[in-house]
Design a protein around this ligand. Structure first.
Ligand code: GLV
Ligand code: MN
Ligand code: MN
Length: 430
């Protein structure tokens, strides 16, 4: 079967039925039944195209297409898990695009006199989203040595289920290992800078820095009516003040050149009962910026406000787990290769930075990495209304195919793993 645009869109529609929600999105949180269904669906799809599928110790799914027996591997990937009530495109687009692009590369090499310098593995990273099990980017963090497999396997969800049990329940855990020489990922932008600039391909030049913290606000459980204000230690009041402080910090520290973005995305109140002053709140706050100094100043300000919040609400605030990554550049030669590939296909492109974390955020720290974006309508993401137009999805697969073709020819990294050096000339969109 020829893998063309029609086949890609048909597969994308089929995949989106796995874990589909009434509002047009998907709910495929990591290692849930829906995630397992989708992983098995994907396995069936790629095996039908001659890939071999294996799992590593933390459930990363490797779909291998051997072009030249014995050659080293390059990886293309993203993640099939989603947020609760998430969109159909975030992560899943990139994994499916990787499979189609790899198979198209094989098709185009078959019958030619060319020998690929690399084989291709499509990786579906376990738990990029970090909603059921924290932190995010879990599978790629283990692959890149930032977390230990043991630590990840022991991590529990809110119901106390361990990653190991959850992966065993859906049958997607193994002991496979595969070193790769380079990594390529394509993803939806999840912001609106590309749509605003009218470009169909984003060449990601760097990540924003992100500092994510769990805070635990400790108060004392009491009767909401019978306890006078002076006697209260209201954890919910302290946590709310922290949420407001985070927003104030974004407003106060953003400059014309460097924006600061802060949020609280998860907030759990104990015991969360109508006539009870909360004894404890667990919340997650994240602070992001393009500039390390601006990020450090915003972060310091957040922490400096804690003592005043503790005093005001008569609570104590403990800092729990953290997940931090820096503002860091992607490989320059990769940007140039992708820009040339886009030019050769007549696709408009611009340079972007990624606000969101991706598995490539981890991978770029160990191997030369290329990160590509396609536009998101109105920048809506982590939402059932997330949308990318068919034409943009198809353009992304075409570009990914061309990029992979160049990478397997040895135009990005040589078989010894060193990136080729070159300069980039491209227009900036954000
Ligand atoms: C991804 O994990 C993100 O926080 O952007
Ligand atoms: Mn994603
Ligand atoms: Mn996401």
């Amino acid at each position: 079967m020829t893998l063309n645009s029609t086949a890609f869109l048909a597969d994308f529609t089929s995949m989106s039925a796995n874990g589909a929600t009434a509002g047009g999105g998907v709910d495929r949180q990591a290692a849930t039944i829906a995630d397992g269904q989708n992983r098995n669906w994907f396995r069936g799809l790629v095996e039908g195209h001659g890939f071999t599928v294996r799992y590593d110790a933390v459930g990363n799914q490797y779909s291998m297409l051997e072009l030249t027996p014995g050659a080293p591997w390059i990886a293309v990937g993203s993640h099939l898990d989603s947020q609760p009530l998430g969109g159909r495109f975030d992560g899943a687009y990139g994994v499916l695009a990787g499979a189609h692009a790899a198979a198209r590369v094989q098709e185009s090499l078959t019958g030619s006199s060319e020998t690929a310098s690399f084989n291709i593995v499509v990786i579906n990273w376990f738990n990029e989203e970090g909603c059921r099990f924290k932190p995010s980017m879990m599978g790629s963090s283990v692959y890149t040595g930032k977390l230990s497999a043991q630590q990840v396997l022991e991590t529990t969800d809110p119901a106390g289920i361990r990653v190991r049990e959850a992966l065993e329940a859906i049958g997607t855990i193994g002991d496979f290992e595969l070193p790769v020489a380079a990594y390529v990922e394509i993803h939806i932008e999840q912001g609106r800078s590309m749509e605003d600039a009218g470009v169909s391909i984003g060449l990601v030049e760097s990540t924003w820095g992100a500092n994510k913290y769990e805070f635990i606000v400790h108060g004392d459980q009491a009767h909401t009516g019978a306890t006078i204000i002076a006697d209260r230690q209201d954890a919910l009041l302290g946590a709310s003040a922290l949420v407001v402080a985070a927003r104030e910090i974004a407003l106060e520290h953003s400059t014309d050149e460097h924006m600061v973005i802060t949020s609280c995305g998860e907030f759990n109140v104990f015991p969360n009962s109508p006539v009870v002053v909360a004894s404890r709140v667990n919340l997650l706050v994240d602070v992001r910026s393009t500039d390390p100094d601006v990020l450090a100043a915003a972060d310091a300000d957040l922490h400096a406000r804690i003592a005043a919040i503790e005093k005001m609400a008569n609570v104590s605030i403990e800092r729990g787990a953290e997940h931090v990554w820096g503002a860091k550049a992607y490989d320059h030669a990769g940007l140039k290769l992708a820009a040339d590939a886009a030019e050769s296909l007549g696709l408009t492109h611009g340079v972007v930075r990624t606000l969101a974390g991706h598995d490539s955020t981890n991978m770029k720290d160990i191997v030369p990495t290329i990160m590509l974006f396609i536009p998101s309508v109105e920048g809506i993401s982590h939402n059932e209304r997330e949308l990318t137009h068919d034409a943009d999805m198809v353009a992304g697969v075409d570009l990914l195919t061309e990029v992979l073709l160049r990478v397997v020819r040895g135009e990005f990294v040589s078989a010894s793993g060193k990136a080729q050096d070159s300069a980039l000339e491209s227009s900036a969109v954000s």
